[in-house]
Design a protein. Sequence first.
Length: 487
Amino acid sequence: MSERASAAGPAPAGAGPVDLAVVGAGPAGLAAAVTAAGLGLRVTLLDAGDRPGGQFYRHPAPGLGAARPEALHHGWAQFATREAALRAHESAGRITYLPLHHVWTIVPGGAAGDRRGHAAPATEWILHAVAGHAPEERAATVTARAVLIATGAYERQLPFPGWTLPGVVGAGGAQAMLKAGLVLPGRRVVVAGSGPLLLAVAGSLAAAGAVVPAVVEAAAYTAYAGRVPALLRNPGKLVEAATYGGALARHHVRLLTRHAVTEAHGTDRVEAVTVARLDRDWRPLPGTGRRIPCDALAVGHGLVPQLELATGLGCATRTGPDGTVALVLDAEQRTSVPGIWSAGETGGIGGAQLALTEGELAAHSIAGALPGSRLTRGRARLRAFADVMAAAHRPGEGWTGWLRDDAVVCRCEEVSAGRIREAVGDLGARDARSVKLLTRAGMGWCQGRMCGPAVAALAGEEPVPDRRPLSCPVPLRHLAELPCAEH
Protein backbone atom coordinates (compact mmCIF):
# COMPACT_ATOMS: atom_id res chain seq x y z
CA MET A 1 0.00 0.00 0.00
CA SER A 2 1.31 3.39 -0.88
CA GLU A 3 1.97 6.08 1.73
CA ARG A 4 -0.60 8.23 -0.01
CA ALA A 5 -3.32 5.61 0.29
CA SER A 6 -2.55 4.56 3.85
CA ALA A 7 -2.80 8.14 5.06
CA ALA A 8 -6.16 8.74 3.41
CA GLY A 9 -8.83 10.54 5.38
CA PRO A 10 -11.14 13.47 4.80
CA ALA A 11 -10.17 15.49 1.76
CA PRO A 12 -7.99 18.50 2.59
CA ALA A 13 -9.79 21.82 2.79
CA GLY A 14 -9.84 23.59 -0.55
CA ALA A 15 -8.86 20.45 -2.46
CA GLY A 16 -12.22 20.40 -4.23
CA PRO A 17 -14.09 17.37 -5.51
CA VAL A 18 -12.52 14.79 -7.78
CA ASP A 19 -14.16 14.17 -11.14
CA LEU A 20 -15.16 10.60 -10.32
CA ALA A 21 -15.36 8.40 -7.24
CA VAL A 22 -15.53 4.66 -7.93
CA VAL A 23 -16.82 2.38 -5.17
CA GLY A 24 -15.43 -1.13 -5.54
CA ALA A 25 -12.17 -2.32 -7.11
CA GLY A 26 -13.47 -5.54 -8.62
CA PRO A 27 -13.52 -6.08 -12.40
CA ALA A 28 -16.11 -3.34 -13.09
CA GLY A 29 -14.70 -0.70 -10.74
CA LEU A 30 -11.09 -1.33 -11.71
CA ALA A 31 -11.89 -1.13 -15.42
CA ALA A 32 -13.89 2.06 -14.90
CA ALA A 33 -11.18 3.76 -12.82
CA VAL A 34 -8.28 3.12 -15.19
CA THR A 35 -10.37 3.94 -18.29
CA ALA A 36 -11.63 7.21 -16.77
CA ALA A 37 -8.11 8.20 -15.73
CA GLY A 38 -6.92 7.48 -19.25
CA LEU A 39 -9.63 9.82 -20.54
CA GLY A 40 -8.34 12.65 -18.38
CA LEU A 41 -10.54 12.45 -15.26
CA ARG A 42 -9.22 12.71 -11.71
CA VAL A 43 -10.40 9.52 -10.03
CA THR A 44 -10.61 8.22 -6.48
CA LEU A 45 -11.05 4.45 -6.21
CA LEU A 46 -12.36 3.19 -2.86
CA ASP A 47 -12.50 -0.49 -1.94
CA ALA A 48 -13.21 -2.47 1.21
CA GLY A 49 -10.47 -4.97 0.34
CA ASP A 50 -6.76 -4.56 0.83
CA ARG A 51 -5.88 -5.32 -2.81
CA PRO A 52 -7.70 -4.70 -6.10
CA GLY A 53 -9.59 -7.49 -7.84
CA GLY A 54 -12.71 -7.88 -5.74
CA GLN A 55 -14.23 -11.28 -5.04
CA PHE A 56 -13.39 -12.63 -8.49
CA TYR A 57 -9.65 -11.86 -8.65
CA ARG A 58 -8.69 -12.83 -5.12
CA HIS A 59 -5.00 -12.89 -4.18
CA PRO A 60 -3.24 -15.44 -1.99
CA ALA A 61 -1.81 -13.86 1.15
CA PRO A 62 1.82 -12.83 0.53
CA GLY A 63 3.05 -15.07 3.32
CA LEU A 64 1.77 -18.18 1.52
CA GLY A 65 4.39 -17.80 -1.19
CA ALA A 66 2.12 -18.73 -4.10
CA ALA A 67 4.34 -19.12 -7.16
CA ARG A 68 1.57 -18.93 -9.78
CA PRO A 69 -1.59 -17.28 -8.39
CA GLU A 70 -2.85 -16.81 -11.95
CA ALA A 71 -3.34 -20.58 -12.21
CA LEU A 72 -6.36 -20.29 -9.91
CA HIS A 73 -8.11 -17.66 -12.02
CA HIS A 74 -9.88 -17.41 -15.33
CA GLY A 75 -8.88 -14.38 -17.40
CA TRP A 76 -6.03 -13.31 -15.12
CA ALA A 77 -4.27 -11.39 -17.90
CA GLN A 78 -7.20 -8.99 -18.18
CA PHE A 79 -6.89 -8.21 -14.50
CA ALA A 80 -3.08 -7.94 -14.52
CA THR A 81 -3.17 -5.40 -17.35
CA ARG A 82 -5.62 -3.19 -15.49
CA GLU A 83 -3.82 -3.52 -12.17
CA ALA A 84 -0.64 -2.35 -13.85
CA ALA A 85 -2.55 0.61 -15.33
CA LEU A 86 -3.92 1.40 -11.87
CA ARG A 87 -0.41 1.56 -10.41
CA ALA A 88 0.78 3.75 -13.29
CA HIS A 89 -2.12 6.19 -12.94
CA GLU A 90 -1.62 6.21 -9.16
CA SER A 91 2.04 7.12 -9.56
CA ALA A 92 1.11 9.89 -11.99
CA GLY A 93 -1.47 11.33 -9.58
CA ARG A 94 -4.45 10.61 -11.82
CA ILE A 95 -5.94 7.98 -9.49
CA THR A 96 -6.06 8.00 -5.70
CA TYR A 97 -6.48 4.37 -4.69
CA LEU A 98 -7.93 3.88 -1.19
CA PRO A 99 -7.95 0.22 -0.09
CA LEU A 100 -9.57 -0.80 3.19
CA HIS A 101 -12.20 1.92 2.72
CA HIS A 102 -15.72 0.58 3.18
CA VAL A 103 -18.17 3.20 1.90
CA TRP A 104 -21.25 3.17 4.11
CA THR A 105 -23.29 5.99 2.57
CA ILE A 106 -23.36 8.48 -0.30
CA VAL A 107 -25.17 11.80 0.14
CA PRO A 108 -25.67 14.82 -2.14
CA GLY A 109 -23.34 17.75 -1.58
CA GLY A 110 -23.32 21.30 -2.93
CA ALA A 111 -23.50 22.49 -6.52
CA ALA A 112 -20.40 22.17 -8.68
CA GLY A 113 -19.55 23.41 -12.14
CA ASP A 114 -20.02 20.82 -14.86
CA ARG A 115 -16.65 21.35 -16.49
CA ARG A 116 -17.03 18.65 -19.13
CA GLY A 117 -20.50 19.39 -20.40
CA HIS A 118 -21.87 15.85 -20.10
CA ALA A 119 -25.50 15.17 -19.29
CA ALA A 120 -25.22 14.64 -15.53
CA PRO A 121 -26.30 17.71 -13.53
CA ALA A 122 -23.76 19.77 -11.62
CA THR A 123 -24.02 18.03 -8.25
CA GLU A 124 -21.34 17.06 -5.78
CA TRP A 125 -21.54 13.77 -3.93
CA ILE A 126 -20.06 13.08 -0.51
CA LEU A 127 -18.94 9.51 0.18
CA HIS A 128 -18.45 8.48 3.79
CA ALA A 129 -16.29 5.44 4.54
CA VAL A 130 -14.93 3.45 7.43
CA ALA A 131 -11.17 3.19 6.76
CA GLY A 132 -8.69 0.68 8.12
CA HIS A 133 -9.10 -2.19 10.57
CA ALA A 134 -10.63 -2.09 14.04
CA PRO A 135 -9.73 -0.80 16.56
CA GLU A 136 -7.69 1.77 14.59
CA GLU A 137 -10.41 2.35 12.00
CA ARG A 138 -11.20 5.96 11.20
CA ALA A 139 -13.70 8.03 9.29
CA ALA A 140 -12.87 9.04 5.72
CA THR A 141 -14.70 11.34 3.31
CA VAL A 142 -14.39 11.80 -0.45
CA THR A 143 -16.22 14.43 -2.51
CA ALA A 144 -16.81 13.83 -6.21
CA ARG A 145 -18.73 15.27 -9.14
CA ALA A 146 -19.81 11.82 -10.31
CA VAL A 147 -20.01 8.41 -8.65
CA LEU A 148 -19.81 4.93 -10.10
CA ILE A 149 -21.13 2.13 -7.87
CA ALA A 150 -19.46 -1.22 -8.55
CA THR A 151 -20.15 -3.07 -5.33
CA GLY A 152 -20.60 -6.52 -6.88
CA ALA A 153 -22.72 -9.26 -5.35
CA TYR A 154 -22.92 -11.88 -2.66
CA GLU A 155 -24.04 -15.51 -2.72
CA ARG A 156 -27.67 -16.54 -2.68
CA GLN A 157 -28.32 -19.33 -0.19
CA LEU A 158 -31.48 -21.45 -0.08
CA PRO A 159 -31.48 -23.15 3.34
CA PHE A 160 -32.07 -26.83 3.98
CA PRO A 161 -31.89 -29.05 7.08
CA GLY A 162 -28.28 -29.28 8.24
CA TRP A 163 -26.94 -26.29 6.34
CA THR A 164 -25.53 -24.83 9.58
CA LEU A 165 -23.21 -27.80 10.15
CA PRO A 166 -19.45 -27.13 10.10
CA GLY A 167 -18.11 -28.10 6.70
CA VAL A 168 -21.06 -26.60 4.80
CA VAL A 169 -19.73 -23.53 2.99
CA GLY A 170 -20.86 -21.32 0.14
CA ALA A 171 -19.73 -22.38 -3.33
CA GLY A 172 -18.09 -19.01 -3.80
CA GLY A 173 -16.70 -19.28 -0.30
CA ALA A 174 -15.00 -22.56 -1.18
CA GLN A 175 -13.44 -20.91 -4.21
CA ALA A 176 -12.33 -17.96 -2.06
CA MET A 177 -10.69 -20.33 0.42
CA LEU A 178 -8.73 -21.86 -2.42
CA LYS A 179 -7.79 -18.60 -4.17
CA ALA A 180 -6.94 -16.54 -1.10
CA GLY A 181 -5.86 -19.17 1.41
CA LEU A 182 -4.70 -22.06 -0.81
CA VAL A 183 -6.79 -24.41 1.34
CA LEU A 184 -9.61 -26.83 0.62
CA PRO A 185 -12.85 -26.93 2.63
CA GLY A 186 -12.46 -30.71 2.87
CA ARG A 187 -10.99 -33.76 1.19
CA ARG A 188 -14.27 -35.09 -0.24
CA VAL A 189 -16.44 -32.16 -1.34
CA VAL A 190 -19.91 -32.27 -2.87
CA VAL A 191 -20.65 -29.14 -4.94
CA ALA A 192 -24.34 -28.24 -5.14
CA GLY A 193 -26.87 -25.53 -5.89
CA SER A 194 -27.48 -23.91 -9.25
CA GLY A 195 -25.59 -21.81 -11.77
CA PRO A 196 -22.41 -21.99 -13.85
CA LEU A 197 -20.25 -21.08 -10.85
CA LEU A 198 -20.66 -24.68 -9.67
CA LEU A 199 -18.70 -26.03 -12.64
CA ALA A 200 -15.83 -23.60 -12.04
CA VAL A 201 -15.75 -24.39 -8.30
CA ALA A 202 -15.82 -28.15 -8.85
CA GLY A 203 -13.06 -27.98 -11.45
CA SER A 204 -10.85 -25.83 -9.20
CA LEU A 205 -11.34 -28.06 -6.16
CA ALA A 206 -10.65 -31.22 -8.13
CA ALA A 207 -7.53 -29.73 -9.73
CA ALA A 208 -6.29 -28.78 -6.26
CA GLY A 209 -6.57 -32.36 -5.03
CA ALA A 210 -10.07 -32.68 -3.58
CA VAL A 211 -12.32 -35.60 -4.45
CA VAL A 212 -15.58 -34.21 -5.86
CA PRO A 213 -18.08 -37.10 -6.00
CA ALA A 214 -20.79 -35.01 -7.66
CA VAL A 215 -21.88 -31.62 -8.90
CA VAL A 216 -25.55 -31.38 -7.94
CA GLU A 217 -27.32 -28.86 -10.21
CA ALA A 218 -30.97 -28.04 -9.45
CA ALA A 219 -31.71 -26.69 -12.93
CA ALA A 220 -31.63 -28.50 -16.26
CA TYR A 221 -29.22 -27.39 -18.97
CA THR A 222 -31.94 -28.05 -21.53
CA ALA A 223 -33.29 -24.64 -20.47
CA TYR A 224 -30.58 -23.13 -22.70
CA ALA A 225 -31.88 -24.92 -25.79
CA GLY A 226 -34.50 -22.33 -26.66
CA ARG A 227 -32.01 -19.45 -26.69
CA VAL A 228 -29.60 -20.60 -29.37
CA PRO A 229 -29.01 -17.14 -30.96
CA ALA A 230 -27.68 -15.69 -27.69
CA LEU A 231 -25.44 -18.73 -27.28
CA LEU A 232 -24.03 -18.53 -30.78
CA ARG A 233 -23.22 -14.82 -30.29
CA ASN A 234 -21.00 -15.81 -27.37
CA PRO A 235 -18.70 -18.57 -28.63
CA GLY A 236 -16.23 -17.79 -25.88
CA LYS A 237 -18.81 -18.79 -23.30
CA LEU A 238 -19.39 -22.09 -25.08
CA VAL A 239 -15.66 -22.77 -25.11
CA GLU A 240 -15.52 -21.93 -21.40
CA ALA A 241 -18.35 -24.36 -20.67
CA ALA A 242 -16.62 -27.07 -22.69
CA THR A 243 -13.41 -26.45 -20.73
CA TYR A 244 -15.23 -26.90 -17.44
CA GLY A 245 -16.95 -30.02 -18.74
CA GLY A 246 -13.62 -31.47 -19.82
CA ALA A 247 -12.12 -30.77 -16.40
CA LEU A 248 -14.97 -32.58 -14.67
CA ALA A 249 -14.57 -35.56 -17.02
CA ARG A 250 -10.81 -35.76 -16.36
CA HIS A 251 -11.40 -35.84 -12.62
CA HIS A 252 -14.34 -38.26 -12.89
CA VAL A 253 -16.83 -35.83 -11.38
CA ARG A 254 -20.44 -36.81 -11.90
CA LEU A 255 -22.92 -34.11 -12.95
CA LEU A 256 -26.46 -34.55 -11.61
CA THR A 257 -28.95 -32.11 -13.11
CA ARG A 258 -32.45 -31.53 -11.70
CA HIS A 259 -31.16 -32.68 -8.33
CA ALA A 260 -30.60 -30.85 -5.05
CA VAL A 261 -29.05 -31.43 -1.66
CA THR A 262 -32.12 -31.55 0.56
CA GLU A 263 -30.35 -32.36 3.84
CA ALA A 264 -26.86 -32.45 5.32
CA HIS A 265 -26.06 -35.05 7.99
CA GLY A 266 -23.46 -35.12 10.72
CA THR A 267 -22.71 -34.37 14.36
CA ASP A 268 -19.54 -32.31 14.77
CA ARG A 269 -19.39 -31.60 11.02
CA VAL A 270 -21.03 -32.71 7.81
CA GLU A 271 -20.54 -36.41 7.11
CA ALA A 272 -22.98 -36.99 4.24
CA VAL A 273 -25.70 -35.28 2.23
CA THR A 274 -29.04 -36.44 0.90
CA VAL A 275 -29.53 -35.71 -2.78
CA ALA A 276 -33.02 -35.92 -4.30
CA ARG A 277 -34.37 -35.51 -7.80
CA LEU A 278 -36.54 -32.42 -8.41
CA ASP A 279 -39.60 -31.82 -10.53
CA ARG A 280 -39.85 -28.85 -12.90
CA ASP A 281 -40.73 -26.53 -9.98
CA TRP A 282 -37.84 -27.79 -7.82
CA ARG A 283 -40.03 -29.92 -5.54
CA PRO A 284 -38.19 -33.03 -4.26
CA LEU A 285 -39.69 -36.20 -5.74
CA PRO A 286 -40.59 -38.78 -3.06
CA GLY A 287 -38.46 -41.89 -3.02
CA THR A 288 -35.54 -40.41 -5.00
CA GLY A 289 -33.30 -39.44 -2.08
CA ARG A 290 -29.86 -41.02 -1.70
CA ARG A 291 -26.90 -40.34 0.53
CA ILE A 292 -23.48 -39.28 -0.67
CA PRO A 293 -20.68 -39.42 1.93
CA CYS A 294 -18.55 -36.27 2.14
CA ASP A 295 -16.67 -34.16 4.66
CA ALA A 296 -17.58 -30.82 3.05
CA LEU A 297 -20.39 -29.32 0.99
CA ALA A 298 -19.94 -26.25 -1.21
CA VAL A 299 -23.41 -24.93 -2.03
CA GLY A 300 -24.80 -21.80 -3.65
CA HIS A 301 -27.71 -20.79 -5.87
CA GLY A 302 -26.17 -17.93 -7.81
CA LEU A 303 -25.48 -14.39 -6.71
CA VAL A 304 -27.49 -11.42 -5.42
CA PRO A 305 -26.54 -7.86 -6.49
CA GLN A 306 -25.29 -5.74 -3.59
CA LEU A 307 -27.36 -2.57 -3.87
CA GLU A 308 -27.46 -0.87 -0.47
CA LEU A 309 -25.59 2.27 -1.56
CA ALA A 310 -27.67 2.64 -4.71
CA THR A 311 -31.06 1.97 -3.15
CA GLY A 312 -30.16 4.33 -0.31
CA LEU A 313 -29.90 7.03 -2.97
CA GLY A 314 -33.28 6.08 -4.45
CA CYS A 315 -31.98 4.42 -7.62
CA ALA A 316 -34.70 2.55 -9.49
CA THR A 317 -34.61 -1.24 -9.47
CA ARG A 318 -36.05 -4.13 -11.45
CA THR A 319 -36.49 -7.86 -10.97
CA GLY A 320 -34.05 -9.78 -13.12
CA PRO A 321 -34.60 -13.09 -14.94
CA ASP A 322 -33.03 -14.93 -11.99
CA GLY A 323 -35.52 -13.43 -9.53
CA THR A 324 -33.04 -11.08 -7.85
CA VAL A 325 -33.36 -7.31 -7.62
CA ALA A 326 -30.96 -5.30 -9.84
CA LEU A 327 -30.56 -1.67 -10.82
CA VAL A 328 -32.29 -0.08 -13.78
CA LEU A 329 -29.50 1.22 -16.05
CA ASP A 330 -29.56 2.95 -19.41
CA ALA A 331 -27.32 2.15 -22.39
CA GLU A 332 -24.45 4.12 -20.82
CA GLN A 333 -24.72 2.61 -17.32
CA ARG A 334 -26.55 5.60 -15.79
CA THR A 335 -28.88 4.90 -12.88
CA SER A 336 -32.16 6.77 -12.46
CA VAL A 337 -30.40 9.25 -10.15
CA PRO A 338 -28.49 11.91 -12.15
CA GLY A 339 -24.77 11.84 -11.44
CA ILE A 340 -24.76 8.19 -10.33
CA TRP A 341 -23.55 5.39 -12.63
CA SER A 342 -23.20 1.68 -11.92
CA ALA A 343 -21.46 -1.26 -13.57
CA GLY A 344 -21.03 -4.97 -13.04
CA GLU A 345 -23.22 -7.28 -10.99
CA THR A 346 -25.31 -4.42 -9.56
CA GLY A 347 -27.10 -4.23 -12.92
CA GLY A 348 -27.73 -7.99 -12.99
CA ILE A 349 -25.42 -10.96 -12.54
CA GLY A 350 -23.30 -11.44 -15.66
CA GLY A 351 -19.72 -12.38 -14.81
CA ALA A 352 -16.32 -10.73 -14.97
CA GLN A 353 -16.13 -10.13 -18.72
CA LEU A 354 -19.42 -8.23 -18.74
CA ALA A 355 -18.32 -6.28 -15.65
CA LEU A 356 -15.08 -5.20 -17.35
CA THR A 357 -17.00 -4.08 -20.44
CA GLU A 358 -19.60 -2.16 -18.43
CA GLY A 359 -16.91 -0.46 -16.36
CA GLU A 360 -15.20 0.83 -19.49
CA LEU A 361 -18.53 1.90 -21.00
CA ALA A 362 -19.51 3.83 -17.86
CA ALA A 363 -16.13 5.59 -17.79
CA HIS A 364 -16.63 6.83 -21.36
CA SER A 365 -20.12 8.07 -20.47
CA ILE A 366 -18.89 9.95 -17.39
CA ALA A 367 -16.04 11.52 -19.36
CA GLY A 368 -18.39 12.56 -22.17
CA ALA A 369 -16.46 10.43 -24.68
CA LEU A 370 -17.92 8.16 -27.35
CA PRO A 371 -17.43 4.55 -26.18
CA GLY A 372 -17.11 2.98 -29.63
CA SER A 373 -19.10 0.15 -31.12
CA ARG A 374 -16.88 -2.54 -29.59
CA LEU A 375 -18.04 -1.69 -26.09
CA THR A 376 -21.71 -1.16 -26.90
CA ARG A 377 -21.97 -4.33 -28.99
CA GLY A 378 -20.00 -6.30 -26.43
CA ARG A 379 -22.24 -5.17 -23.60
CA ALA A 380 -25.40 -6.10 -25.53
CA ARG A 381 -24.01 -9.50 -26.49
CA LEU A 382 -22.78 -10.40 -23.00
CA ARG A 383 -25.89 -9.06 -21.28
CA ALA A 384 -28.10 -11.17 -23.56
CA PHE A 385 -26.15 -14.27 -22.56
CA ALA A 386 -26.33 -13.29 -18.89
CA ASP A 387 -30.12 -13.03 -19.11
CA VAL A 388 -30.33 -16.50 -20.68
CA MET A 389 -28.13 -17.89 -17.93
CA ALA A 390 -30.13 -16.16 -15.20
CA ALA A 391 -33.46 -17.48 -16.48
CA ALA A 392 -32.12 -21.02 -16.85
CA HIS A 393 -30.99 -21.18 -13.21
CA ARG A 394 -33.79 -19.22 -11.53
CA PRO A 395 -34.96 -21.16 -8.44
CA GLY A 396 -38.32 -22.87 -8.83
CA GLU A 397 -41.09 -22.04 -6.40
CA GLY A 398 -41.19 -25.55 -4.98
CA TRP A 399 -37.76 -25.46 -3.35
CA THR A 400 -39.31 -24.68 0.04
CA GLY A 401 -40.59 -28.27 -0.03
CA TRP A 402 -37.26 -29.48 1.32
CA LEU A 403 -37.54 -27.17 4.36
CA ARG A 404 -38.84 -29.01 7.43
CA ASP A 405 -40.33 -26.83 10.15
CA ASP A 406 -37.31 -27.43 12.40
CA ALA A 407 -34.82 -26.29 9.72
CA VAL A 408 -33.01 -23.05 10.56
CA VAL A 409 -33.64 -20.27 8.02
CA CYS A 410 -32.08 -17.24 9.73
CA ARG A 411 -28.74 -18.39 11.10
CA CYS A 412 -27.92 -15.16 12.94
CA GLU A 413 -31.11 -15.18 15.04
CA GLU A 414 -31.73 -18.97 14.86
CA VAL A 415 -35.23 -18.59 13.41
CA SER A 416 -36.72 -21.81 12.03
CA ALA A 417 -38.92 -22.34 9.00
CA GLY A 418 -41.71 -23.35 11.35
CA ARG A 419 -41.66 -19.99 13.14
CA ILE A 420 -41.77 -18.13 9.82
CA ARG A 421 -44.67 -20.28 8.60
CA GLU A 422 -46.45 -19.59 11.88
CA ALA A 423 -45.97 -15.85 11.41
CA VAL A 424 -47.47 -16.10 7.93
CA GLY A 425 -50.23 -18.62 8.59
CA ASP A 426 -51.34 -17.71 12.12
CA LEU A 427 -50.12 -14.17 12.82
CA GLY A 428 -51.06 -12.52 9.54
CA ALA A 429 -47.62 -11.65 8.14
CA ARG A 430 -47.85 -10.93 4.42
CA ASP A 431 -44.32 -9.81 3.58
CA ALA A 432 -40.74 -10.26 4.69
CA ARG A 433 -40.77 -7.08 6.77
CA SER A 434 -43.72 -8.30 8.84
CA VAL A 435 -42.04 -11.66 9.30
CA LYS A 436 -38.91 -9.86 10.44
CA LEU A 437 -40.82 -7.89 13.08
CA LEU A 438 -42.61 -10.99 14.37
CA THR A 439 -39.70 -13.45 14.37
CA ARG A 440 -36.43 -11.39 14.20
CA ALA A 441 -35.51 -13.21 10.95
CA GLY A 442 -33.07 -10.92 9.17
CA MET A 443 -32.22 -8.79 12.23
CA GLY A 444 -28.82 -10.37 12.82
CA TRP A 445 -25.29 -9.46 11.83
CA CYS A 446 -25.74 -10.13 8.10
CA GLN A 447 -28.97 -8.05 8.04
CA GLY A 448 -30.81 -10.60 5.92
CA ARG A 449 -28.19 -11.03 3.22
CA MET A 450 -28.14 -14.80 3.78
CA CYS A 451 -31.75 -15.48 4.72
CA GLY A 452 -33.54 -12.67 2.87
CA PRO A 453 -34.52 -14.62 -0.28
CA ALA A 454 -35.71 -17.57 1.81
CA VAL A 455 -37.78 -15.43 4.18
CA ALA A 456 -39.39 -13.63 1.25
CA ALA A 457 -40.23 -16.95 -0.43
CA LEU A 458 -41.79 -18.36 2.74
CA ALA A 459 -43.80 -15.14 3.12
CA GLY A 460 -45.09 -15.49 -0.44
CA GLU A 461 -43.40 -12.25 -1.50
CA GLU A 462 -41.21 -11.42 -4.47
CA PRO A 463 -37.81 -9.99 -3.51
CA VAL A 464 -37.91 -6.23 -2.94
CA PRO A 465 -35.07 -3.69 -2.82
CA ASP A 466 -33.70 -3.23 0.65
CA ARG A 467 -33.18 0.43 1.54
CA ARG A 468 -30.99 1.04 4.54
CA PRO A 469 -29.09 4.16 5.67
CA LEU A 470 -25.88 2.27 6.49
CA SER A 471 -24.36 -0.35 4.19
CA CYS A 472 -21.99 -1.66 6.87
CA PRO A 473 -21.48 -1.32 10.65
CA VAL A 474 -20.29 2.21 11.51
CA PRO A 475 -18.83 3.31 14.88
CA LEU A 476 -21.07 5.83 16.61
CA ARG A 477 -18.18 8.24 16.94
CA HIS A 478 -18.05 8.51 13.14
CA LEU A 479 -21.74 9.45 13.04
CA ALA A 480 -21.22 12.00 15.80
CA GLU A 481 -18.44 13.67 13.79
CA LEU A 482 -20.69 14.35 10.78
CA PRO A 483 -21.75 17.96 10.12
CA CYS A 484 -25.19 18.71 11.50
CA ALA A 485 -26.66 18.98 8.00
CA GLU A 486 -25.90 15.31 7.39
CA HIS A 487 -27.29 13.89 10.62
